[in-house]
Design a protein around this ligand. Structure first.
Ligand code: ZN
Length: 291
């Protein structure tokens, strides 16, 4: 290729790139909302509809308790119009919220946990508030109300659209709660064992008893695992719940010792509504021995 053609080609590429930039900027008209975890993404997308673009900072497969964001992820936050935090003291927020706000002082923070009654969780400092509020449909409804109020205040021109979407979303939550009540009917009061204590608000909603291998933020010891296996056997546990990233062999070992079945459920998945129903189904199948 001669020099003249190269120059023309470069010019064309520059023009096309800047056009793409313009198109990209037009798309950025949508409201940018950052959230901490993926279950919030499902909720905020449901309420914001096409008007908003939601980014979850803790990616799929990572723990909200120990995920470390890169500086570029925090810098990307500066493009957000609002940050909806879980608000329950999850480590990602307690550790990085100040840095995020320092780099983006104009960022509006919406606390989704206002009005939710926290359950206690035992950890190394004693009893703390259990941060996993999003595994319960009643709590998800309160969170949705807080998101609606926050977004409507920030973008009053869209308040009506948000309210319509919110009504539909809340109906979905209420239907899902009723479906799960049906699935779990007859096993109220039953106990199940979880590895990580993410499901106490779920248990509360259906009158179940959650036992957990991990106590708060402590890694279990060999002795504490044996103790909880004993406790689970005595409580008649038939289902042991692990996060999907958990080592399969260890999971099978613990479940076998308990005399139950190992199931893998992700409390940090985007479609938390379906995942909660999956857990209810596992528990009901475990209870009647068909699973
Ligand atoms: Zn957790």
């Amino acid at each position: 290729m001669n020099k003249a053609w190269t120059a023309i080609l470069v010019a064309v590429i520059v023009i096309m790139t800047s056009l793409a930039g313009c198109i990209g900027e037009e798309e950025s008209d949508s409201i940018k909302v950052a959230v901490t975890i993926l279950p919030q993404k499902q909720m905020d997308k449901a309420i914001g509809g096409d008007l908003i673009e939601v980014t979850a900072l803790v990616p799929s497969g990572q723990s909200v308790h120990d995920f470390t964001p890169t500086p570029s992820l925090i810098a990307k936050m500066s493009q957000s119009d609002a940050y909806v935090k879980v608000g329950t003291g999850v480590e990602f927020e307690t550790l990085y919220m100040n840095t995020i706000l320092e780099q983006n002082p104009g960022l509006t923070v919406i606390d989704s946990s206002i009005g939710i009654e926290m359950l206690p969780l035992l950890d190394s400092d004693g009893t703390v508030d259990d941060p996993h509020i999003w595994t319960n449909f009643t709590n998800l409804e309160v969170m949705a109300n807080n998101v609606l109020a926050g977004l409507s205040e920030l973008f009053p021109e869209h308040a009506e659209a948000f309210a319509v979407n919110h009504t539909i979303y809340v109906q979905t939550l209420q239907d899902a709660r009723n479906t799960n009540r049906d699935i779990l009917s007859g096993i109220e009061g039953d106990a199940f064992l979880v590895y990580h204590p993410s499901w106490s608000y779920f248990s509360q909603e259906y009158g179940l008893t959650m036992l957990s291998v991990e106590k708060g933020d402590k890694e279990p010891t060999a002795i504490s695992i044996l103790e909880v296996i004993d406790e689970a056997r005595n409580a008649g546990v038939t289902v042991v719940v692990f996060p999907p990233q958990f080592d399969r062999d260890t999971a099978e070992y613990i479940a076998d010792e308990v005399g139950g079945e190992a199931v893998f459920v992700d409390p940090l998945i985007e479609d938390i509504i379906a995942e909660i129903e999956a857990l209810a189904t596992h528990l009901s199948q475990g209870a009647d021995g068909s699973g």
